[in-house]
Design a protein around this ligand. Structure first.
Ligand SMILES: NC(=O)C1=CN([C@@H]2O[C@H](COP(=O)(O)OP(=O)(O)OC[C@H]3O[C@@H](n4cnc5c(N)ncnc54)[C@H](O)[C@@H]3O)[C@@H](O)[C@H]2O)[C@@H](O)CC1
Ligand SMILES: Nc1ncnc2c1ncn2[C@@H]1O[C@H](COP(=O)(O)OP(=O)(O)O)[C@@H](O)[C@H]1O
Ligand SMILES: [K+]
Length: 505
């Protein structure tokens, strides 16, 4: 039995956050007390950026997000800030806790159409949060455009107005914040683009909701996480002094012909760097001499002329995991290799050409992967995902990356790594993690081949598939961060020892 994932890394959907609020209220905290603390956290964020006497514009919406804004306005005025407060909607609309918060504000309430953001030093965006249910329109949309054009510091309450907390997506205009103050736990929309970029710095505030209230005994465990080491660090491979190379795991990488000797080698090199004991390239006969003439010398190579020879090669190498895809090719032999790989009883990573070979045949993948008793990991980027699963519901590119990755993982009984600046890792059991390491420096040829090799190397060492994929994505990102711009994919495997030191126990 593995330890459950730490709830501190949980990302809560909007509905789960509403449940957390209810759980807190059921345990005896008044809803208004939560709002009071939320408003105070926002006021504190403003106080850290500004000085008393400065003009602060507080934009309030008609729901509880607006309620937080009214509380912040009251506290900031008491601290000596000069407040302009505008309300999107009618004061009479504000009910419950938000009504109580509005009643505590003694100052004038202006209409949004009258507001000139540029007359202020700081803007608080408390227009819409978890309750956003349609695109911003009318006077509010126009105000949002004026706020964004003002270039003034904006602090958003919970999420930038116009951003979905569940998906990070926008369906119309949205606030571009410098800081977003949110409560208890982050939401997926804080980590998924474009939400992540629109949030600015995210500040997580304690408003009195405790983990015990929300995740205590009898409550469903969280299923969505921020990809941090605490999620998988305990499952990283550990090797005792007496180990030997086969115990550290033997990786094979299925390669193509002469046209693509680089990509599989990047994968194999990464597998060795992450700790696999051996790595062998299985290539077409015409590429064997070229592979043999290239470094590193630790790599081995054998030739296979057809699918049967490939299967035979898999059987002779005491293998622990297989990577198929980088520069595999798209011909009939590549298709045979992919089928053989899916039928072999070996933990498997399918990337690049292997995913394209299966393009628009996701039902074949579902059938073959569904029969496997050992882990399968798919590592598509957006283009490969689209080719494989198409653009229809529930995979349509208009749907959240989190939903699409999860749906694909369940359908294919595989761990799906949907790559991008906000890579999503999803397991067939419903768990998912969103990654935040890395930078645009990783958007370079061969970077994904290295990632495939890292996952394979961790699988070869016996790490469970979801944790292996999460660890690989995080470490790949850290290797990219350490190298920065100027990196090429060849550098990434060499930066893995440094990234590993960050998490070595
Ligand atoms: N107990 C709680 O639930 C807590 C909630 N808090 C705050 O409460 C917020 C959620 O409050 P609500 O559920 O009231 O939701 P919101 O305040 O986000 O929005 C509510 C209202 O806006 C309307 N609306 C949605 N999209 C619109 C659009 N595009 N144009 C015009 N109107 C639109 C909705 O119909 C609804 O009436 C959180 O984001 C957070 O800021 C905090 O006070 C902390 C405690
Ligand atoms: N802007 C970005 N920020 C962070 N990581 C990125 C960014 N763009 C790409 N990456 C990462 O770089 C890798 C690129 O992989 P892939 O698209 O398969 O490239 P290739 O096929 O050239 O190897 C993925 O791990 C992806 O998550
Ligand atoms: K907001």
């Amino acid at each position: 039995m593995t330890k459950p994932a730490p709830d501190s890394l949980a990302l809560l959907s909007v509905a789960e956050m509403a449940g957390a609020d209810e759980a807190a209220i059921a345990s005896g905290i008044a809803g208004f007390a939560l709002m009071e603390r939320a408003g105070r956290a926002v006021a504190d964020a403003v106080s850290r950026r500004g000085r008393p006497g400065e003009r602060v514009l507080v934009l309030c919406g008609p729901g509880k997000n607006g309620g937080d804004g009214f509380v912040a306005a009251r506290l900031l005025e008491a601290r000596g800030f000069a407040i302009t407060l505008a309300l999107a909607g009618e004061r009479g609309q504000l009910t419950g806790d938000a009504g109580e918060a509005a009643a505590g504000w003694q100052g004038p309430v202006l209409a949004v159409a009258e507001i000139r953001p540029e007359d202020h030093a700081i803007i608080v965006d408390a227009l819409f949060g978890a309750g956003l249910n349609r695109p911003l329109g009318g006077a509010v949309a126009a105000l949002v455009e004026r706020v964004n054009a003002s270039d003034l510091p904006v602090i958003s309450v919970d999420v930038p107005s116009g951003v979905s907390g569940d998906s990070g997506m926008t369906a119309g205009p949205a606030i571009r914040a410098d800081e977003t103050v949110t409560f208890f736990r982050l939401k997926p929309g804080h980590l998924l683009y474009p939400g992540r970029a629109l949030c600015g710095v995210v500040t997580l505030a304690d408003i009195g909701i405790t983990a015990e209230m929300v995740f205590g005994p009898g409550k469903p465990p969280p299923m969505t996480f921020s990809n941090e080491p605490a999620l998988w660090q305990g499952q990283l491979p550990r090797h005792e002094a007496g180990t030997h190379k086969y115990r550290r795991g033997a990786v094979a990488v299925a390669a193509g012909g002469l046209a693509g000797v680089g990509a599989p080698r990047l994968g194999a090199r990464a597998a060795l760097r992450i700790g696999a004991g051996l790595a062998t390239i299985i290539c077409r006969p015409e590429a064997l001499a070229t592979h043999a003439g290239r470094g590193p010398d630790a790599l081995m190579q054998i030739a296979a002329a057809d699918g049967a020879a490939f299967e035979a090669a898999l059987a002779t190498r005491k293998l622990s995991a297989l990577l198929a895809g980088p520069a595999l090719g798209l011909d009939a032999m590549a298709a045979e290799v992919v089928t053989a790989a899916l039928c072999a009883k070996l933990p498997l990573v399918l990337d690049a050409d292997a995913l394209t070979v299966l393009a628009a045949r996701s039902e074949l993948l579902e059938e073959l992967a569904g029969r496997r008793s050992v882990p399968t990991v798919l590592t598509p980027h957006e283009g490969e995902f689209l080719r494989l699963f198409g653009d229809r519901a529930p995979y349509a590119s208009g749907a959240s990356r989190l939903v699409r990755a999860r749906t694909a993982a369940t359908a294919t009984a595989s761990v799906v790594v949907l790559k991008g600046p906000d890579t999503v890792i999803a397991a067939p059991d419903g768990r998912a993690a969103i990654n935040a390491t890395g930078s645009a420096a990783l958007a370079t040829a061969g970077s994904g081949d290295v990632l495939g090799g890292i996952v394979t190397g961790l699988l070869a060492q016996g790490m469970p598939a979801f944790e292996a994929a999460c660890a690989a994505v995080w470490l790949h990102g850290k290797a990219g961060e350490a190298l920065g711009f100027g990196l090429i994919a060849d550098d990434l495997p060499e930066a893995l020892p440094g990234a590993l030191r960050l998490v070595a126990g």
